[in-house]
Design a protein around this ligand. Structure first.
Ligand code: TMP
Ligand code: ASP
Length: 242
């Protein structure tokens, strides 16, 4: 199914229409951005690694009973997905305190969060993705209370599944962000799961293996993403049927 007109271009992905109104093509570009688009760069091979990594994670989640928008890899940089009606609330789960949580609450970096904590953020770059709560989601009609409950439950389920997957590869899933959308009356996991939208630390050394390497100018960004993929057994050279 060839891609048609561009529907939307984000900071790291572009979205294209297809001849089927219920399907889209996601293109994972080499563009990398942080701080709501203030810091940008091109990182060779990042799009290919993230596209294949995302496919691997989405298929793993599907196999464990989490419904996602993912259909198939189409090429090195493209995947076909279901077209969702996106909910503008980003779901974040944290297993270890770092990032904006430490800045906001003054808690110690690296503190284990037991139980893991959950936060909603509004997807809005101009406003710098402000934190929101369930009352905001209800009052502005961004999602129903059943959808809020489902997003929380599914995000915690993803945390259980992926914490185990990364632990088996010698990594700690520190935190991550998910986005959900509606499809045929069902709530599906949308967007992507890649090292761009999560934090992963080596379990022994706590070396950062995610986009914090880019945000903090630590270098070796693509090398870290590739290492994560290889530790999970993602085949970055597999032939794609298309
Ligand atoms: P934070 O510490 O900056 O709030 O981010 C928490 C986690 O969620 C981190 O893994 C990055 C991810 N995240 C995004 O990828 N995009 C976003 O817009 C937000 C708010 C968080
Ligand atoms: N807040 C996210 C990050 O720093 C997304 C963004 O800033 O573009 O990665």
């Amino acid at each position: 199914m060839p891609r048609g007109e561009e529907l939307y271009s984000g900071k790291a992905k572009s979205v294209f229409l297809t001849e089927d109104p219920a399907r889209l093509v996601l293109e994972f570009r080499d563009d990398t951005s942080a701080f709501d688009g203030q810091k940008v760069d091109q990182l060779d091979r990042k799009g290919m690694i993230n596209n294949r990594f995302n496919a691997f994670i989405m298929e793993h989640l599907e196999a464990q009973g989490v419904a996602t928008h993912f259909d198939a890899l189409l090429s090195d940089n493209e995947s076909r997905v279901k077209r969702l009606d996106m909910i503008p609330a980003e779901c974040v789960v944290r297993n270890v305190a770092t990032g904006s949580l430490c800045r906001r609450l003054g808690v110690e970096e690296g503190l284990d969060l037991v139980p893991p904590t959950f936060e909603f953020f509004l997807k809005n770059d101009e406003l710098h993705d402000p934190m929101i709560n369930e009352y905001h989601i209800a009052s502005f009609g961004w999602a129903s209370s059943a959808e809020v409950e489902s997003m929380k439950a599914q995000t915690f389920r993803v945390n259980e599944i992926l914490s185990k997957l990364f632990a088996d590869g010698g990594m700690i899933l520190v935190d991550f962000k998910l986005e959900f959308g509606r499809f045929d009356g069902e709530l599906l996991l949308g967007d992507e799961f890649t090292p761009d939208g999560c934090r992963l630390w080596d379990a022994d050394t706590r070396k950062k293996l995610d986009k914090d390497r880019f945000r903090q100018g630590l270098g070796g960004v693509v090398e870290a993403y590739e290492e994560v993929a290889l530790r999970l057994g993602v085949d970055l050279e597999a032939t794609i049927a298309g």
